[in-house]
Design a protein around this ligand. Structure first.
Ligand SMILES: [Zn+2]
Ligand SMILES: [Zn+2]
Length: 571
């Protein structure tokens, strides 16, 4: 003991006398300098001269002399060469496993994400998938991302059209929102659906006019019978390869934390296997679906909130309504355009009855499990607020730190933002909607409601730690495009939707860094470049705060670093 202390004293004395630092045992110890280093700590932009990384952690953010000393002798000195260094992006909400699946599905997105402009294009994309898969009769073909508003026909494809092109293969086309799908007759047969099938609670089967025969479109919970087909088991090794490729794509876009926010029962062991085998090169925040609430909450089956081998079961995922562009989001006032399958007072519908929502809130809050809910329409948001109040009253505990996340919070009212603030509810916004569907929202909702979609500026002004998300695969995994939509709020047709809700580039970055860390209860370990935090970094070719607002979407990722190790380098 004495000898050790003595040696340590001599070493530290030597350090004082000669000004040299202790050698670093970490071969990845690094000092970054030579570019803008934006810490994202604080309300205003703060830059430091240098950043030191050692043993996967940030050990200094300050002057170069401080950084060199903290990194230790022998640390690599990395010249940013004018690149901008930021904390790695944190994905506040997306569906990483859907992205992995999409790697073996037809891309039915309209430009700029894909090339589909008509139903004929859909048929040819699915045909190309069939050829590339060498799919024989009976093999399921899945397409993802079709958007009727962007098709020449301005409608959903029908089962009949798919039957004509693919009479011997089940075909499922996922709508861009993920809240509805079109199935052909072969897929319906496998799912056991015919003209006698009734609409399930929280869902709708669209029928051929004047008959009960399904036309092909299945909304919300009516999609459930098809899930076993879409998620047909694939060999584990194939799945792991797809997950690896998916995370590589997130990392190439600067994400050091990805989200998988609707884990179905059969995917839980898959994610766990990926973590156990060291496949998760960046962190994954996973939310099991609420269908498993009673098996998972309060039963000790999983450890909630613990990040291990890159995987965290962050909370429980609910979905209380549908999508605004699909006109299934639940509103207090009707849609202004015709709604498929609805004749009067068409306001969408809730996916979960209020009583059940209340029960789930009590269950989660009692067991300290964080809640996340997909929730778009203001009527659905009212239900969430009511459920929160019900649960706190039931338990007799008011707690502002539950951080219940209302994912999307799109068609909000100003009074609901006041409630969020007073109750500690967190919005995760989806400003990409303004670009992709802003023009559609204007038609469907009218100017006032459309302008207030994803009201990020109002939320931040109120001091709410709002986040922003891509909801991939609904929109691409592209944080710079996401920041661009938050800052510019330009629609496809080029109009600015809700100019008052535009945020500054710094606020847009906050929503993808420190605020997103807060959403995950990780603000002490992630989200900013501060001593003691994990060395999750992204290098960009330009500084988002210094380019013209419209150029933010052209910024490219140069390198992504997870826990001090490079996980992506631009070629
Ligand atoms: Zn959603
Ligand atoms: Zn989603």
């Amino acid at each position: 003991m004495w000898a050790f202390r003595s040696a340590a004293t001599i070493l530290s004395l030597a350090g004082l006398l000669f000004g040299c630092s202790a050698p670093s045992a970490d071969p990845t110890a690094s000092v970054y300098s030579g570019g803008d280093i934006l810490t994202m700590a604080g309300h205003q932009p703060v830059y430091v001269e240098a950043l030191a990384v050692r043993d996967g952690k940030i050990v200094a953010a300050g002057s170069k002399a401080q950084a060199l000393k903290a990194a230790g002798r022998g640390a690599r000195q990395i010249d940013l060469k004018g690149a901008t260094l930021l904390p790695g992006f944190i994905d506040a909400h997306s569906h990483m496993l859907n992205y992995a699946d999409s790697l073996v599905q037809a891309n039915l997105n309209p430009p700029p994400v894909g090339g589909v402009r008509s139903i004929a294009d859909i048929i040819s994309e699915v045909g190309r998938l069939k050829v590339s898969m060498k799919a024989g009769d009976g093999v399921l073909l899945v397409g993802q991302g079709y958007d009727p508003d962007q098709l020449a026909e301005k409608r959903h494809p029908t089962a009949e059209e798919l039957d004509m092109a693919f009479p011997n293969n089940p075909v499922l086309l996922m709508h861009a929102s993920g809240h509805m799908l079109v199935a052909n007759t072969a897929a319906m047969k496998i799912a056991g659906i015919d003209a006698s099938t009734k609409d399930p609670e929280g869902g709708a089967i669209i029928r051929k006019p004047g008959t009960t025969e399904p036309q092909g479109l299945f909304q919300e919970t009516a999609m459930h019978p098809f899930i076993p087909q879409v998620q047909a088991p694939r060999p584990l090794d194939e799945n792991l390869v797809l997950i690896k490729r998916a995370l590589g794509h997130y990392a190439a876009n600067g994400y050091t934390t990805a989200a998988e926010h609707l884990v179905m029962p059969d995917k839980m062991p898959l994610l766990q296997a990926a973590a156990d085998r060291g496949i998760l090169t960046i962190d994954v925040e996973a939310l099991p679906a609420y269908l498993m609430a009673d098996q998972l909450v309060g039963t000790g089956k999983i450890r909630w909130g613990e990040l291990k081998n890159g995987l965290k079961w962050a909370g429980l995922k609910l979905a209380t309504d549908g999508s605004p562009q699909g006109k299934t989001a639940y509103l207090t006032k009707p849609y202004l355009t015709p709604v498929p399958g609805c004749k009067t007072d068409c306001r969408g519908f809730p996916n979960i009855p209020q009583d059940e929502l209340n029960r789930l809130f009590v269950l989660a809050y009692r067991n300290g499990v964080q809640l996340y809910s997909h929730c778009n329409g203001d009527a659905s948001i009212d239900m969430m607020i009511a459920a929160h109040r019900f649960a706190e009253k039931d338990l007799g505990i008011v707690d502002f730190n539950r951080r219940t996340v209302i994912i999307h919070s799109q068609i909000m009212r100003p009074d609901q933002l006041v409630a969020y603030k007073s109750l500690g509810l967190l919005p995760s916004f989806f400003t990409n909607h303004v670009f992709y569907w802003g023009d559609v929202h204007l038609a469907n909702l009218g100017a006032e409601r459309a302008a207030y979609i994803s009201p990020m500026a109002s939320a931040m002004k109120a001091g709410i730690k709002a986040t922003n998300h891509t909801d991939a695969t609904v929109t691409p995994v592209d944080p710079m495009f996401l920041a661009w939509t938050a800052v510019n709020r330009t629609t496809r047709s080029g109009q600015v939707l809700g100019p008052d809700e535009r945020v500054t580039p710094y606020q847009a970055l906050k929503a993808m860094t420190l605020n997103a860390a807060y959403e995950y209860f990780e603000e002490t370990s992630k989200g900013s470049l501060e001593t003691g935090k994990t060395a999750d970094l992204v290098l960009l070719d330009h500084n988002p705060l210094k380019v013209a607002p419209d150029a933010i979407k052209t910024i490219r990722v140069v390198e992504t670093v997870k826990s001090g190790r490079s996980v992506f380098k631009a070629p």
